[in-house]
Structures are given as structure tokens and as C-alpha cells.
Design a protein. Structure first.
Length: 497
């Protein structure tokens, strides 16, 4: 039990607090060191998300539909089809004549005109026997006497496994089934009580048919009105009028390719600028993290300004980031093992970015890329395949690092992968997340540091608690002694008087 300084007249709590302030200096230092590690780890996590975002951008730009984009021009009987190039499309011209469209199979059943309930289509009324209809390979669809015909139709149409669309016309009593897929091989199979025991009888069956198309003089059949030829997704809308045809010309989409390369340059410059800013940020070493007591003596605005300086420069001259910057700059300026034909017809060995109008700026730009759009367009128009290969080619070897046969996008992805691995090992960050709040991994170099700090802080705190208790015991003993002295003194005074 702690005793206040009634006998001595001293403010013991204040005295103990002052004594403990000096003793707490090592604890404050440990907490400050721990805070610096936590801030640095958070900065690593932000860098990691930035690199993952850049990686994902490179992956999307690597698609043929982006870096090797094609476009189509349709002429002639242009209303009979549409065509969309895929990543596998190549520059070509197709002459297409649509003879017939693919059609779905249809089965029509004749029932009782005006019927609205299941029982209405059963002679003598529905007796509940064999209360199902089976369509193709789907499980039987069960009904009962309380079902309407419309509710049964809804059950059929909501079951994707039936592969049909059912329609019922109350006035005529006709029930039709149309296959969702077209083509001669798509048939409709009906069985069950609704077919065998009701008044419904098959009125007609129309089999499905394949589309017939002549492409560059070759007659072909397609089970669907949508199919792919030479990397083109063709959708048929009608048949070609007599003595006409449709021409589909596939050419390079220069505008799209230019936009893709611009996107890359912007993403690269943004990532590089961010890394440069993190490694060159000023470090204010005299602005240590604030202690609890220091914060209590400051306003919120003062704390904010102080901590801005405290957190600044956590990754200044960081070796991982500096190496990433160097590798990125080297990758974009290194040669690519491929000959390149310039717009003037001359051939250069081992092409690089300068051949297509992309260069680095002056020293102050710190490696940022600049585009001469006219030169870039001319290069794409003259050699679209070589330009696309320069960016998207992947070296199929087992090399862990990039090689000169790797396209630029793959070179940079490998660099980012290596950096993300190193950051993850050091800070425990995810190598795949773009979320800046993703939890840190349990094992990492900095994670181990923080665990060590926690242990040391706990030990020091325990020692301080014991010291504080000892101080209070000493003052308590002093108060007890003084109380005893005062009591004796008072007794003596009474005796003398």
C-alpha cells in the first residue's frame, strides 16, 4: 500500500515520477527505435504495392490485343456479318459469302386450346401419375396438379441444363421447345409423363442446321453463327445477296499500339519517379519519434509537423530500391537481340528503344522516358511485328534473370519480381498484393527485429515497475518513521507540559 506524504509534507508521487523520468530514458529510446522500424516497414509495403501495380500493368500491356492490336475494315455486303480481331489475328484479307445461317432445332407439341392448368391437358383429368418431363440430359422436371402450364414453362426455362427455351400459346394450346444452341447436331429429346400420358402430341420437328460459308473460295460449315477464323471472331447476321460478297481486311491498329506504348511509358516514368523520390527523400535524424510525454506537451498540428519530418527519408539510399532503379534504367536502354528494319529500309542489328523514337531525358529527368510520336508511328507502320516482339517477347529459357532475347515488358517484370522478393524477405510484405493495408507476413528480417524490440521493451518495463515499487517502499518507510517520530514527539510535549 502506498502512503502519501502526510507526515513529511512531501509530494511523493511527483518525486517518484521525477525519479522515474530519468530511469525511463532507455525505454523511450527502445520505443523510438521500434517506431522507426515500423515506419520503415510501412514504407516498404507502400513500395511493394507500387511495384505489384506496375507488374500488373505490364502484364495487361503484354496482351496481343494491346501491343499488337489489329483492326478490321468490312466492305461489300457489310451488313451480313461483324468481325472482331483477337490476339491471334494477322494482317490479311478475307472474302466471305454467307450461304445460310445456323439454325436451332424446334419441336412443337399440340395440346388443348385454352388450357391453363396441367390438369387441362390430361384426358379425364390429371391423376398424378408420372408427374415429370425429362428434356435431354437434364434431371426430370417435376410438376403437380396445382401447377399452371406457365409455372411449368418457368421451371423449364430457368433450368440451364435443359438446353432449350419453352414457349406456350394458350389460345392455340401449342407448346414449343427451341434448342439454345444451333447446328445440325443439336437435337431435342423429350420424355416423361407430360409427353406420354397427356393430350400433348408432337405436331412438328424441325432439325437444326449448320451455317454454310465460303471463305476465300473454301466452303465450310459452322454449327454456330459465331466462329473464329484466322484469329477473327466472325458473327453472322444474314445471308449474302446474290452476286455479292463481304471483304474483311485486317490491318495493324497503329493508334491502339501507340496508346499502349504511351501507357507503358507513363507507368514506367511514374514508378521510376516514385522510387527516385523514396531514395532521395531528406532524412531528419534529429526528429526522433515523440514520446508520450512529449506529445502531451504539444498540439495536434505540432505533432503532425514533427512526425512528417520523423517519417521522412526512411528509405533514403536504400540498397534494394537503388538496385531496382539501376536495373530498370539498364533494361530499357539495353539492346534486344533482333534485327530491325527502319522506315527508310535500312536494317539495324540488336534494336533498342531509340530505334522507335523513345529516349531518356537529361540528367535532371533521372532516367524518365520521352517519346517522339512521329518516329514511333513510322516504326510501327513499317514493322509492327518487330515492334510488338520487342515489347512482349518472352525468353523461354530457365534463366532467372532477363536476357537480351526477353522483350522489354518481360525484362521489367523479372526485375520487379526480384525486388518484390527481396522486400518481402526484409519487411514481410506480400509479393502479389496492391492493397497498402495487407497484413505483414509472420517471418521477415524486420519482423524479427520488432519481436526483439518487444522482448527488450517488456524486460525494461518490468525492471522499471520494480524500481518504482522500490521507490515507493522507501518513501513509505520514511513516512512511517516520521509518523512514529511525530507521535513520540507529541507524547513528550504532553508529558513536559
Amino acid at each position: 500500500m502506498r502512503i502519501s506524504g502526510f507526515a513529511s509534507g512531501l509530494d511523493i508521487d511527483s518525486i517518484v515520477k521525477q525519479l522515474m523520468t530519468a530511469q525511463k530514458a532507455p525505454l523511450d529510446k527502445l520505443n523510438q527505435q521500434k517506431q522507426l522500424v515500423e515506419w520503415k516497414r510501412e514504407d516498404y509495403r507502400t513500395v511493394s504495392t507500387k511495384l505489384v501495380t506496375f507488374q500488373e500493368k505490364l502484364s495487361s500491356l503484354s496482351l496481343s490485343s494491346a501491343i499488337d492490336a489489329k483492326k478490321t475494315v468490312i466492305s461489300g455486303a457489310s451488313n451480313v456479318l461483324t468481325a472482331k480481331p483477337t490476339g491471334a489475328a494477322s494482317n490479311s484479307v478475307l472474302n466471305v459469302e454467307v450461304i445460310s445461317l445456323a439454325k436451332a432445332s424446334t419441336t412443337v407439341l399440340q395440346g388443348t386450346a385454352g388450357a391453363t392448368k396441367i390438369s387441362d391437358i390430361y384426358a379425364g383429368g390429371y391423376n398424378g401419375a408420372d408427374n415429370a418431363i425429362k428434356i435431354g440430359e437434364a434431371d426430370p422436371i417435376v410438376f403437380n396438379k396445382d401447377d399452371t402450364i406457365d409455372s411449368l414453362i418457368n421451371k423449364i426455362n430457368s433450368n440451364s441444363k435443359t438446353g432449350v427455351t419453352a414457349v406456350y400459346d394458350t389460345a392455340s394450346g401449342k407448346l414449343s421447345f427451341t434448342s439454345k444452341a444451333t447446328g445440325k447436331d443439336n437435337t431435342i429429346s423429350l420424355s416423361g409423363g407430360l409427353v406420354s400420358n397427356s393430350s400433348l402430341v408432337i405436331e412438328s420437328t424441325t432439325p437444326g442446321t449448320d451455317a454454310e460459308v465460303i471463305i476465300n473460295g473454301i466452303k465450310t460449315t459452322q454449327s454456330s453463327n459465331r466462329f473464329t477464323v484466322n484469329g477473327l471472331e466472325i458473327s453472322l447476321n444474314g445471308t449474302t445477296p446474290q452476286d455479292q460478297s463481304t471483304q474483311i481486311e485486317v490491318t495493324q491498329d497503329v493508334d491502339k499500339t501507340v496508346e499502349t506504348i504511351k501507357e507503358f511509358v507513363n507507368a514506367y516514368n511514374d514508378t521510376l519517379s516514385y522510387l527516385n523520390s523514396m531514395t532521395s527523400q531528406e532524412r531528419y535524424r534529429t526528429y526522433l519519434p515523440l514520446t508520450t510525454e512529449q506529445k502531451e506537451a504539444m498540439s495536434e498540428s505540432e505533432i503532425k509537423l514533427w512526425e512528417e519530418k520523423s517519417k521522412s527519408g526512411m528509405l533514403k539510399n536504400d540498397s534494394i530500391l537503388n538496385n531496382t532503379i539501376s536495373q530498370m534504367r539498364l533494361a530499357v536502354m539495353s539492346d534486344f537481340t533482333s534485327d530491325f528494319t527502319l522506315p527508310d529500309g535500312s536494317v539495324v542489328k540488336n534494336m533498342n528503344l531509340t530505334n522507335i523514337g523513345i529516349t531518356t531525358g537529361d540528367y535532371q529527368q533521372k532516367g524518365k522516358l520521352q517519346i517522339d510520336e512521329n518516329k514511333l508511328r513510322a516504326a510501327i507502320e513499317a514493322n509492327p511485328d518487330q515492334v510488338a516482339s520487342f515489347f512482349k517477347k518472352v525468353d523461354g529459357s530457365s534463366n532467372t534473370g532477363y536476357t537480351q532475347t526477353d522483350g522489354l515488358f518481360n525484362r521489367l517484370k523479372k526485375i520487379e519480381q526480384d525486388s518484390l522478393k527481396l522486400i518481402s524477405e526484409k519487411a514481410g510484405t506480400s509479393r502479389f498484393s496492391t492493397d497498402p493495408t495487407t497484413a505483414f507476413l509472420p517471418q521477415s528480417e524486420m519482423g524479427d527485429q520488432l519481436k526483439s524490440f518487444d522482448k527488450r521493451i517488456s524486460d525494461v518495463q518490468l525492471r522499471l515497475n520494480m524500481l518504482e515499487t522500490r521507490y515507493y517502499r522507501q518513501f513509505t518507510a520514511m513516512e512511517t518513521a516520521m509518523n512514529k517520530y511525530n507521535s513520540i514527539s507529541s507524547s513528550l510535549s504532553s508529558f513536559i507540559s
